[in-house]
Design a protein around this ligand. Structure first.
Ligand code: NAD
Length: 246
């Protein structure tokens, strides 16, 4: 129960879904956790377990600066950033609008860039830290009807590697996490097809939180610039071999 004891973590998109599970897990393992979300803190799924709930928009540098300032003021520093806030929108290229593109890039990619930029001074002050960027399996391969989301999540993967190279000498590790289909409010209106998933099921937010906990903890001190897939084997290969099916 103390894998991140004494550490301070900031988790974006923490009101619900994967972010809430990460917040609860880090808090249960001894971290002081600040959850941030664009939603009203009164609506956050997890409140009592964590140190603080803040309302902020990851697309605003001003909001980021105040969130980091507030975290450091209340808890004395910052060690872990989980860039989890994200949105999704659908449409085929040709029909997918500029407005949809701008919206998804702003939250999923620019939000991650702004977050890393905002926390670097505080992490350097602690002589190290861990940044975990939540990408997707759509950050590793293309998905139809998801041009903006796929581009944003590939962007997060690349940005993670570039930042890992820039920050390694400061002992700040940066890794990306690539979930498959996880049951959250984001996916509640979607029908999962698990026929091509090796484990034959969807994932739970707590399972992603377990992986994030490892990356946040000192169990992963030699791990940086890496991609962590958590998808039940969805991207392992072809669950149905077309050669055998003919
Ligand atoms: P969710 O919609 O349940 O939660 C996302 C949270 O982000 C929400 O609380 C939302 O209010 C918040 N948010 C949105 N825009 C924001 C902004 N501008 N500023 C601050 N907060 C904002 O989604 P989830 O399924 O828990 O997804 C969390 C992350 O995991 C996302 O980055 C998502 O792309 C990624 N992901 C999810 C799945 C899945 O199957 N659920 C799969 C792969 C990756």
């Amino acid at each position: 129960m103390s894998r991140v004891n004494g550490k301070v973590a900031l988790v974006t998109g923490g009101a619900q879904g994967i972010g809430a599970a990460i917040g609860a897990k880090l808090a249960a393992e001894g971290a002081q956790v600040v959850l941030g979300d664009i939603l009203d803190p009164a609506e956050f799924e997890v409140k009592e377990e964590v140190g603080a709930c803040l309302r902020f928009d990851v697309t605003s540098s001003g909001d980021w600066n105040s969130a980091v300032r507030e975290t450091v003021k209340r808890f004395g520093g910052l060690d872990i950033l989980v860039n989890n806030a994200g949105i999704v929108n659908f449409g085929a290229i040709g029909e997918y609008s500029r407005q949809q593109w701008d919206a998804v890039i702003a939250v999923n990619l620019t939000g991650v860039f702004l977050g890393m930029t905002a926390v670097v001074p505080a992490l350097k002050e602690r002589r190290g830290g861990s940044i975990i960027n939540i990408s997707s399996i759509a950050g590793l391969r293309g998905y139809e009807q998801l041009p903006g989301y796929t581009a944003s999540k590939f962007g997060v993967c690349g940005l993670t590697k570039a930042a890992a190279l820039d920050l390694g000498r400061d002992r700040i590790r940066v890794n990306s996490v690539h979930p498959g289909f996880i049951v959250t409010p984001m996916t509640e209106s979607l029908t999962p097809n698990t026929s091509h998933v090796a484990l034959g099921r969807v994932g739970q937010p707590e399972e992603v939180a377990d992986l994030v906990l490892y990356l946040a903890s000192d169990e992963s001190t030699f791990v940086t610039g890496a991609e962590f897939v958590i998808d039940g084997g969805e991207t392992a290969g072809m669950a149905h071999n077309p050669v055998l099916e003919t």
